[in-house]
Write a protein that binds this ligand. Structure first.
Ligand code: CAA
Length: 294
C-alpha cells in the first residue's frame, strides 16, 4: 500500500476508493505537496482495475471506519474514567473539505515563481486525465481552491454544514484552479460574479438551490451518501461509465450541435462493447446484467 503525507486512502471490496485530504490542522489547505500526492494517487487509481469509482472528502468528522470507531470509543471511555462526565469545552472539530490553496505557502512567492512552477496546472490533470467518476463529499468549508477542487469532481454531495466560496479577492488575488470558469458554468454569471467579487460564502442549501451541488444531506451522513452513490456507479460497466462521463464533460467544451454529435458517436461506439450486448440481452431475459468491463 502506498503511504502518503497528506492523504488517507481506503479501498473497499465494492470497488470504491475513498480518499481523504488529511491536513485537518490547516483545514486541509492544498499545499503543493498535497496536490501532487492527490493527482498521482488519482492517476494510479484510474489505472487500478480493482477501483471502479472514487470518493473524495476532507479528513475529520463524518468519516467512520471500524478502526477509527474503535479508537474513538476507547478514547471516550478513558476520558470518562479520568474526568467523569463533567462537560468540557467543546473541542474544535475538523470542519473542512478544503479551505483552499495554502496561503502561507503562496505568500512569499512572486510572479516568476508562480509562473515558472506553473502553479496549479497540475490540478488540471484531475479534470482532464482522470476517467473514472469522482464524487466529492463536501464535509465543511470548500473555499477557493477547495471549491475549485470540488468542482473538478463529477458529482458534489454537501453536508448541511458545508460552506462554499471563492474568497481569493480578500487576499488580493483571484481564483487559480478554474473557479471563475467552472463556477460561472455551474451557477451563471451574476451569481459567480457576486461570489468572486465579494468573496462571500454561501451555505450548502444556497449552493444546492443554485445547482452547484447535487444535494445536501445531514453532516454525519455526507460521506456515507457519497459512498452509496459511488457504489451504485461501481456496479455499472466501468468502460461505459467512463464513456458516459466523457460525453457529459464534452458539454462544457463544445457547441450544442458538436456536443450532440460527439455523444451520438460515443453512443454508436458502445455497440462495439460486450457490455452493451450483455446489458440489452439481460434486460430482454429479465436477468441482472453481468458486466465484463469489456
Ligand atoms: N491556507 C493555509 N492555512 C490555512 C488556510 C489556507 N487556505 N485556511 C485555514 N488555514 C489554517 C489557519 O491559518 C489556521 O492555522 P493556525 O492554527 O496555525 O493559525 C488553521 O488553518 C485553522 O484556521 P482558522 O483558525 O482560520 O479557522 P476558523 O474556523 O477561524 O476560520 C476559515 C475558518 C473561514 C475557513 C478561515 O480559515 C479562512 O478564511 N481560510 C482561508 C480561506 C481562503 O481564503 N481560501 C482561499 C485560498 S487562495 C486560493 O485557493 C487560490 C486558488 O484559487 C487556487
Amino acid at each position: 500500500t502506498p503511504s502518503f503525507e497528506y492523504l488517507l486512502l481506503e479501498k473497499r471490496p465494492s470497488g470504491v476508493a475513498i480518499i481523504q485530504l488529511n491536513r485537518p490542522k490547516a483545514l486541509n489547505a492544498l499545499c503543493l505537496g498535497l496536490l501532487e500526492e492527490l493527482v498521482n494517487l488519482l492517476q494510479t487509481l484510474d489505472k487500478d482495475s480493482s477501483v471502479r469509482s472514487i470518493v473524495l472528502t476532507g479528513a475529520g468528522k463524518g468519516y467512520k471506519n471500524v478502526e477509527n470507531l474503535f479508537f474513538f470509543f476507547l478514547a471516550v471511555r478513558i476520558k470518562f474514567c479520568l474526568f467523569g462526565s463533567k462537560k468540557k469545552k467543546k473541542k474544535k472539530e475538523s470542519k473542512a473539505f478544503s479551505a483552499g490553496a495554502d496561503i502561507k505557502e503562496m505568500e512569499p512567492k512572486n510572479y516568476m515563481d508562480v509562473y515558472k512552477e506553473d502553479m496549479f496546472t497540475i490540478a488540471d490533470k484531475i479534470a482532464y486525465n482522470v476517467r473514472k467518476p469522482i464524487i466529492a463529499a463536501v464535509n465543511g468549508f470548500a473555499l477557493g481552491g477547495g471549491c475549485e477542487l470540488a468542482m473538478t469532481c463529477d458529482i458534489i454531495i454537501a453536508s448541511d454544514k458545508a460552506k462554499f466560496g471563492q474568497p481569493e479577492i480578500n487576499l488580493g488575488t483571484i481564483p487559480g484552479i478554474g473557479g471563475t470558469q467552472r463556477l460561472t458554468r455551474a451557477i451563471g454569471k451574476s451569481r459567480a460574479m457576486e461570489l468572486c467579487l465579494t468573496g462571500d460564502l454561501i451555505t450548502a442549501q444556497q449552493a444546492s438551490e443554485w445547482g452547484l451541488v447535487s444535494r445536501v444531506v445531514p453532516h454525519e451522513k455526507v460521506l456515507q451518501e457519497a459512498i452509496d452513490v459511488a457504489e451504485k456507479i461501481a456496479k455499472k460497466s466501468v468502460p461505459i461509465a467512463i464513456i458516459c462521463k466523457e460525453a457529459v464533460n464534452r458539454s462544457f467544451e463544445s457547441s450544442l450541435k458538436e456536443g450532440v454529435l460527439f455523444e451520438r458517436r460515443l453512443f454508436h461506439s458502445t455497440f462495439s462493447t460486450k457490455d452493451q450486448k450483455e446489458g440489452m440481452s439481460a434486460f430482454s431475459q429479465k436477468k441482472e446484467a453481468k458486466w465484463q468491463d469489456a
